[in-house]
Design a protein around this ligand. Structure first.
Ligand SMILES: Cc1ncc(COP(=O)(O)O)c(C=O)c1O
Length: 508
């Protein structure tokens, strides 16, 4: 059970995170995510139903407000894996027995290309306007480039408009700002689960907005044609359930391509979900942060901005960032596209706190403008490398007999460790406690993965494994995964060097 805090503070008006009958143990997960890092014995009070606030939240600081305590709680309870990783990061020469990170969704395959493009002379400009307070929506020169870039790569039927663009420091900020301007404290968004778990924090920490999960099953049932399939019927049921429990739902979040499933919605599905939202006057936040990381042509990805005639353009808000598609999660660039002027203006007003430096705005504009480099150099290389890394890891998993899902987009495989082939050790029982113990065995053996609970997956035993890394780290990471599953403990002090080996090579 959760240890009783020395001092307890009243929760703010809304409860942290999820608006559903479940414990808060799952409200973590972040770019890394920080997801599976809770100590198993730590547990927060349970909600008694959708919309109930917990009576208390822990506070071990005499200095923080109740709101500050909840915010700190998110950090404390969700950071263990991430902290452990940063204290002991793998380095081929300096720390070969350090932790291999297969948990953070980052693309580490194209640093060579990015560093050479970002080092060119057109990237550095220092002029007064770039050092002074900007237009908080983003400099016009950048918003024009963003509009052109999105029109081209999203295949919009008509050119997108710079006045509908707002530029922020990453998609996390877009979520945070959008949720704050669209909802009252305590209102909620529907989200299909499993989902990228850090959204819980993005929308809660400032805005006090919550999530209602639309739980998806690994078994395709009824009219489903694939595992974890979303349908309008499931959306309707989740909405009704929330309404019946007194939770006011203001919108729907769609992630396309999806994280952690790696699949994409067809144009027909997208339209159905948007029509559902229109019927109920719900806003839709569409997160397309992986839109250019579709490495299988057959995935058939379509941006929502490619649809002719959006059902409810005033309530459809699209976000994209450079974090994933350009492998630049540390640069902090994100953008919102919305035809709703009130929404754009309100979000722009928050950009005072979420803006980008003028120098970075210049760099981003130069990068997005360079369509030749993007289309002819960067994307083909990036997709080929993603595909090679994916093929290697998929082959390793097949050799181990581990089932997985992957839709040809994103940086991860959604792997099913529920059932063990006879020779391997996975979950002795189908519980989240066992899932956590397995996650910890991975970490103890120096490989960081993300467990399904961090994505609000309702079935224990699913893990997300990120493959978008250099060959030598992938090989070593997969070797450690295998050791854990085969029950061979301990990373040797002198791990072998895998630098020369390519995915698909000898390193199995
Ligand atoms: C689906 C999704 N949206 C948003 C983000 C956060 O993006 P950013 O780094 O631009 O804040 C992530 C990061 O993992 C993500 O996976």
């Amino acid at each position: 059970m959760f240890p009783l805090p020395q001092k307890e503070s009243r929760a703010p008006t809304a409860c942290p995170g999820l608006a559903s009958a479940q414990d808060l143990d799952s409200n973590h997960g972040d770019g890394l995510e920080r997801e599976c890092s809770r100590k198993p014995e730590r547990k927060l009070p349970e909600f008694s139903g959708v919309g109930d606030a917990p009576a208390t939240v822990p506070s071990d600081s005499a200095y923080l407000s109740s709101r500050g305590s909840v915010i700190k709680w998110f950090w404390d309870s969700a950071e263990e894996g991430y902290r452990t990783y940063h204290m002991d990061e793998y380095d081929e020469e300096k720390n070969p027995s350090g932790i291999i990170n297969m948990g953070t969704s980052e693309n580490k395959l194209c640093f060579d290309l990015l560093s050479s493009r970002l080092s060119q002379s057109d990237m550095l400009r220092v002029e007064p306007s770039l050092l002074q307070y900007p237009d908080w929506r983003g400099h016009l020169f950048l918003r024009e480039e963003v509009a052109r870039f999105l029109s081209f790569y999203c295949k919009s039927p008509a050119p997108l408009k710079p006045e509908n663009v707002v530029v922020l420091n990453g998609c996390a900020s877009v979520f945070s700002a959008l949720a704050t301007v669209l909802c009252e404290v305590g209102e909620a968004f529907l989200i299909p689960a499993p989902y990228y778990g850090a959204i819980t924090q993005h929308i809660y920490l400032y805005g006090g907005i919550r999530l209602v999960c639309v739980y998806l099953d690994s078994e395709a049932t009824g009219l489903d044609t694939r595992p974890f399939q979303l349908s309008v019927e499931k959306l309707e049921m989740a909405l009704q359930r929330a309404n019946s429990e007194g939770v006011k739902v203001k919108g729907l979040i769609l992630i396309n391509p999806q994280n952690p499933l790696g699949d994409v919605y067809s144009p027909g599905e997208l339209r159905d979900y948007l029509e559902f939202a229109k019927r109920h006057e719900l806003h839709v936040m569409v997160d397309e942060v992986y839109m250019l990381s579709v490495f299988e042509e057959s995935a058939g990805y379509h941006s929502v901005l490619s649809l002719e005639g959006l059902p409810d353009p005033q309530r459809t808000h699209v976000m994209w960032a450079a974090s994933k598609d350009f492998g630049m999660s540390g640069l902090r660039f994100g953008t919102l596209y919305t035809e709703n002027r009130d929404v754009a203006t309100a979000v722009a007003s928050l950009c005072r706190y979420h803006g980008l430096s003028g120098l970075v705005q210049h760099q981003m504009a130069q990068l997005l403008r360079d369509q030749d480099w993007i289309s002819q150099v960067y994307l083909p290389a990036n997709h080929a490398r993603l595909k090679a890394a994916h093929t290697y890891v998929a082959g390793e998993l097949r050799a181990l007999g581990i089932p997985f899902l992957s839709g040809g987009a994103g940086f991860f495989l959604w792997i099913d460790l529920r059932k063990a082939p006879p020779t391997l050790q996975y979950l002795p029982e189908p519980t989240f406690k066992e899932e956590m113990l397995l996650w910890r065995r991975f970490l103890d053996n120096k490989v960081l993965l993300s467990c399904g609970k961090a994505f609000e997956c309702k079935e224990p035993g699913w893990f997300r494994l990120v493959f978008s890394d250099q060959a030598h780290r992938l090989c070593l990471g997969m070797q450690r995964v295998r050791w854990v599953l085969e029950g061979k403990p301990q990373v040797p002090e002198d791990s072998p060097s895998y630098q020369s080996q390519e995915p698909g090579g000898q390193c199995r």
